[in-house]
Design a protein around this ligand. Sequence first.
Ligand code: RB5
Length: 150
Amino acid sequence: MKVALASDHAGFLLKEYIKKYLTEKEIMYHDFGTCDETPVDYPDLAYKAARSVQKGDYEKGIIICGTGIGVAITANKLKGIRAALCCDTFSARCARAHNDANILTLGARVIDRDTALEIVDVFLNTAFEGGRHHRRIEKIRKYECKVTND
Ligand code: RB5
């Protein structure tokens, strides 16, 4: 599995922490930035990572800002992206099993580091259940706006 990572300045330290975890687990990733705590605009970083998932370069994405909200809003503008803001492992499990979410967003100012790692672990290791959920994802696709995102 290859994971696209990104954060703004508020999520930078949590992103670095998650990178250590991914390295330990031998999970490949690419870091789309940001590279320090200098203030940046979260839509620019969220777009880069979400676009790479949309293109199929990366199977999943993890994008972090202060609340996880701004990056989720941004990522969900891209057709085919299902970004889920998760603050607990139950939501992370459902985001994968029921919603086939391809991007996890996290709020670095909302949850602690250990909770974040538990959420990442569940998100990356839970499969989509399909079945009735497949029909619902197809309906999301149907309702998606038809404009391209380039
Ligand atoms: C940055 O201060 C903050 O607004 C951002 O990280 C995020 O929380 C936006 O949704």
